[in-house]
Design a protein around this ligand. Sequence first.
Ligand code: MTE
Length: 319
Amino acid sequence: MLIKKAADILASEITPKSLYMNRRAFLAGTAIAGAVAVAGVGVQEMASPSEVVQANAKIDGIRKSSFSTTEKITPYKDVTNYNNYYEFSTDKEGPAELAKNFKTRPWTVTIDGLVKKKQVLDVDTILKMAAPEERIYRHRCVEGWSIVVPWVGFSLSELIKRAEPLPKARYVEFTTLNDPQQMPGLRVPVLDWPYVEGLRMDEAMHPLALLCFGMYGEVLPNQDGAPLRIVVPWKYGFKSAKAIVRIRFTEEQPINTWNKAAPSEYGFYSNVNPNVDHPRWSQAKERRLGEFFKRPTLMFNGYDQVASLYSGMDLKKYF
Ligand code: MTE
């Protein structure tokens, strides 16, 4: 398959070897879960219409964003069939099929920690907080492939402002759904579940940090993180947690999943940085999905407007 050929770094390479050895057991788990997912169709069909979000439903009233790149957009079929989503599968082609019947309604997000307005919000309340924007961002995976995606959402700061973080809150932690009934990969300890990511507060408040619920003008496909994910375009893709159920404000730096799994390979910051190699491969170049030749990777993925967030920091130490 074209997409597979285009990528010269295997799924096994993002995963430290010790974790990857569990993959056989994991694959056995996906087979069982595939059956569960199919069985799940009936459950979804019984939900009331308001609880079911149609796949490919158009999102109304999307504004264009000045943050968008004019680079060629990666085809929808490539972006939606080449995913990293370990709760479903460690194979890139796995999540599209295995997440087909994932239930994204009803869905709530818990806002807690060092925040004035601790609350449990319905996802549809969150979606109405601000007008949807289309942000065409470069998205660069630590494995060496990149894509250009017209995401739909609004700045994460819109939600954070409404939660009123306390002055002591210095970080924001994002936690993904942990439902082994629906997410077959969770039955195998390939990572320490649930998937957790974090940002420093000023990173999370930066206007580029996107709270995302759509792409290509439509509701986010399940394999891309429905119903709600973040997209942090100047960081490697793994910082952009999918299927978020909890947003917690903390004083201490969150322990993010990949950093916990392999601290020497995946730092907390994980800014796209061509000058800091991953211990097992170079980060100097990348391959756009669907293209043959590699292109140079840009510092902060080309989003120079975030450079001031890191002034005075040694980015080799804080990688
Ligand atoms: N979020 C969750 N919950 N689980 C994951 O396995 N993978 C991350 C990130 N968010 C991941 C996740 C990684 S490694 C990448 S590169 C991006 O999602 C991929 O996003 P995409 O499939 O939309 O391209």
